[in-house]
Each structure stands twice: as C-alpha cells, then as structure tokens.
Design a protein around this ligand. Structure first.
Ligand code: EPZ
Length: 422
C-alpha cells in the first residue's frame, strides 16, 4: 500500500487543471449501457472508481475501452449478454449499484449485489428499491443480492417521493424508467449537477425526461436510445478542495482552470466569508489568502446547499481560522472519521452528534496519520501541507479513488509530496 511523505508548510502558487467529475462520470457510464449502439464519454478521470466500474460493466459482456491519454471511454453495449453485477466487484464501489437501474432499463431484469451493509443499514438503498417497486418492478432480496424484474416490456410507472432526497436513488430510478415506464414521476428528486448532466445526456440519446434540476422529474418511455458522444462535467468537489487548500496555506496564489463555477452551488457564498481573495472568470477560478482565515460555521445540505463532500476539507481550514467554528453534516451523521487523525496533527476538533466543533488558531505539526475514506484523506493531505515538519499520510489508495494525479498537481504548484510504497 502506498503512503505520502509530506513536508510543510508550503504555499500553493501556480495553475492546477481540474479533471472530469467522478460522481458525474459514473451515471453517464451506466447510461451508456441503455443505448443500442456505442457511446463515447469525454473527460473521464483516471481514477480507481472508474477502473472498478469499467470491470463491473465489462462483466455484462459490454465492451469498455478506456483511452487514458485522452481521458475518453468508449462503451459498446451491443454484446451485453449478462444481467449480473457480482458482489466481489460491487462491494468495492457503491455506485456500482447503478447497474440495477441500467440493467432493468435495458433488459428488464437484473441481479445486483447490495453495495456493502444491508439495504436498510448504513448507506442504505431502501429508496432505490421502494422507488423501483413503485415503478412496477418485482424486487426480491436473496443472499445479499437484489433480484429485480419488470413483468412486461412496458410498465405503467406511477410516482415516488424520495425522503430524504437521494442522488443515487434518483439516478437509478431515471436509468430504469427511460425505456420502460409509460410515465414515472420522481418527487423530491436530487438536483445535483450530476443528475442534470445524466438527464441531459439521456435526452441526447433520445430519452423523454422533463424537470431535470428541479425537485420533480417526469420520465416517459421511449422504445430505443442511441449511443452518442457525451461530455462529462469538471469535478466540482476537486475544485472546492483546491480552493480551500489555497485559502488555508499562507502565501498561496492558485489558479484553477477548466472549472464550472455555476456547479458550486452555495459553496462560493460561504467561501467569500472567510476573507480570501476569490476571482471567477469564465472557467478559471483564482484564490489567494488575504491575511488570516475568518471562522465560518456551515451546515451541509442537498444541492445547491453546501456539499457534504467538502465538509472534511472545510473543517481542516477552520482549524487554521482566527476563531472557533462548527460544522453540521445534515446528510451523513457520522462522516467525521478524519477528526481523530486531524487532532493527531495538532488540531482541536470535537464531535457532538452530527456537529464538529473546531478551535481556530491551531498550530499543526507533522506526524503519521491514517486515511479512512476519500474526502477524509484529502483533508489530511491539506493539513499536512500546513503542518510544520514532516507528515506521513497512510493508505492513500483512498485518495486514488477520487483525485486524479493529486500529488503531481500539488507538487507542480509548490507542495512537497512524495509517494512511497509502504
Ligand atoms: C452520492 O452518494 C455521492 N456519490 C457521494 O459522494 C455524496 O456524498 C452523496 O451523493 C451526497 O451528495 C456518488 O455520486 C457516486 P445519497 P449517494 O443517496 O447517492 C440517504 C464521494 O465522496 N439514503 O444522495 O450514495 C443516505 O443515507 C461520495 O464522492 C437513504 O436513506 O448519496 C444519506 O443520508 C461519498 N436511503 C442521504 O440519503 C437510500 O436508499 C443522501 O444519500 C439512499 C440514500
């Protein structure tokens, strides 16, 4: 397993190109299966989760070519002959569960492993299953697998209300309905840009979808979908991550290119309150600190609210603010595994229920810390770049899931990160 050796403190000065979005690419890959001919997807990041999903899709007999140099995927579903997504692949990456909607939508049947845990436990999928039943699917749970089937080529559809709103459930229901349901209405649908891009892309393939980006999405069945060229969005979470890193590292002057600022929702509004210099010019965002970071407390929310995927990164920056603050995660109540590791670096964070209380003005000093999940681990890298001395961040495979060329991008603007095989 690899680890990072990081020297700090270092400012970030220069330009970082933003990669394609992981969380927008995965639904597009599932949508490609629904086509009756090959689909090309541009700006696909070279990430572990993408390689994992490639394997899951190939398991169905669909061919997937990843032209890595051009970040281009070509998916040809014409030879799809298996409607199974096996446990050993699905357990590695939760979004593999999108195969349920894609295979039901394409073939009218699917056998897909539950994505780790049970349908109703931590990271549940109960809304996915109840929504599919409301659409007219037969859903059975058998030995950790979901067995799904539509009784006919065309099903009446109906409507379903997501409570709470769910990105994954919205994606799965749209994938299942576009070629099957006379009319299906999703209430309290997710409005994330990832969902809007999926619906726009399916419409480009020939689907009949109304209301993408609003709380009510209406899908009407079409008999066929044709493969086409799809263009992935830039990664809004990678963008926010680097904006926060630059704002918390004194002396930084960072330019981010290839961004889509309008996808950042409420984040820029909170960001401006910390007092950093923020420039947004087309697809280029520039950030530099402006004296000390002001303490800004936030509460995560569904889009366009403050993204839960930036919660850990924001907490890291708040440990450097000139005052105390707190962060409440209203999406995931237990997404604080980074806290003990950040405290090992000298921060002073305390979790009470789903709120983390952060003391500002904490001097960080290098030590060894353990990554636990994707967004927690990037916050440890950010803290290590601010800490005095040498840090080790272990198990960086978590990072490789969601940040393309992380150390190359950061070293190119002044960070001192070395990857070594643990
Ligand atoms: C997506 O996960 C993202 N993953 C997550 O990013 C992100 O944190 C999350 O949306 C919230 O924005 C991908 O896009 C691949 P949800 P998803 O269903 O779809 C509850 C990252 O770091 N819920 O919107 O799994 C759930 O417990 C990842 O890139 C149910 O109760 O999230 C949570 O509290 C981490 N029942 C809330 O909804 C269900 O059936 C939102 O979850 C489904 C969800």
């Amino acid at each position: 397993m690899d680890k990072f050796i990081i020297e700090g403190p270092t400012p970030l000065r220069g330009t970082i190109p933003i990669s394609g979005s992981k969380n927008a690419a995965l639904p597009l890959m599932a949508a490609a299966i629904l086509g009756d001919s090959p689909t090309t997807i541009h700006r696909v990041p070279k990430l572990r989760d993408i390689y994992t999903f490639n394997k899951v899709i190939r398991h169905t007999g669909t061919s997937v070519e990843f032209h890595e140099v051009e970040n281009k995927l070509v998916i040809d579903p014409t030879k799809l002959d298996t409607t199974v997504a096996p446990y050993d692949l699905v357990r590695k990456m939760r979004a593999s569960f999108y195969m349920l909607g894609a295979l039901l939508g394409k073939k009218g049947e699917a056998k897909v492993s539950l994505p780790g845990g049970c349908a109703w436990g931590p990271r549940p999928v109960d809304l996915h299953l109840k929504g599919l039943e409301a659409m007219g699917a037969d859903i059975e749970l058998e030995e950790g697998y979901v067995m799904g089937a539509f009784p006919n080529e065309t099903i009446p559809g109906g409507e379903f209300t997501l409570e709470p709103s769910s990105v994954g459930a919205t994606v799965n229901l749209v994938l299942a309905a576009v070629r099957r349901a006379e009319k299906f209405v999703i209430n309290n649908a997710a409005k994330e840009p990832d969902v809007v891009l999926l619906c726009d892309s399916l419409s480009k393939m020939g689907a009949n979808i109304e209301g993408a980006g609003t709380s009510t999405i209406t899908i009407r069945k079409v008999d066929s979908l044709s493969g086409t060229e799809l263009f992935n969005d830039p990664d809004r979470i990678e963008t926010g991550t680097y904006m926060i890193a630059a704002a918390m590292l004194p002396g930084s002057k960072l330019e981010l290119t290839g961004c889509k600022p309008e996808d950042l929702g409420a984040f820029p509004k909170a960001f401006k309150k910390i007092g950093a210099e923020l420039g947004i010019n087309g697809t280029t965002i520039t950030v530099s600190p402006n004296g000390s970071v002001k303490p800004v407390s936030i509460k995560t929310a569904i889009y366009p609210g403050f993204p839960t995927d930036l919660q850990a990164q924001w907490a890291t920056m708040m440990s450097q603010a000139n005052g105390d603050s707190s962060i409440t995660d209203s999406i995931y109540f237990d997404r604080f595994s980074y806290v003990p590791e950040l405290n090992r670096l000298g921060a002073n964070l305390e979790v009470k229920k789903n709120t983390v209380h952060i003391n500002g003005n904490q001097a960080l000093s290098g030590t060894s810390v353990m990554s636990t999940d994707l967004r927690a681990s990037v916050s440890l890298v950010m803290a290590a770049m601010a800490a005095e001395g040498t840090s080790e961040v272990l198990r960086v495979y978590h990072l490789d899931r969601g940040y393309e060329n992380l150390e190359e991008k950061l070293n190119a603007v002044g960070a001192k990160i070395r990857r070594v095989d643990e």
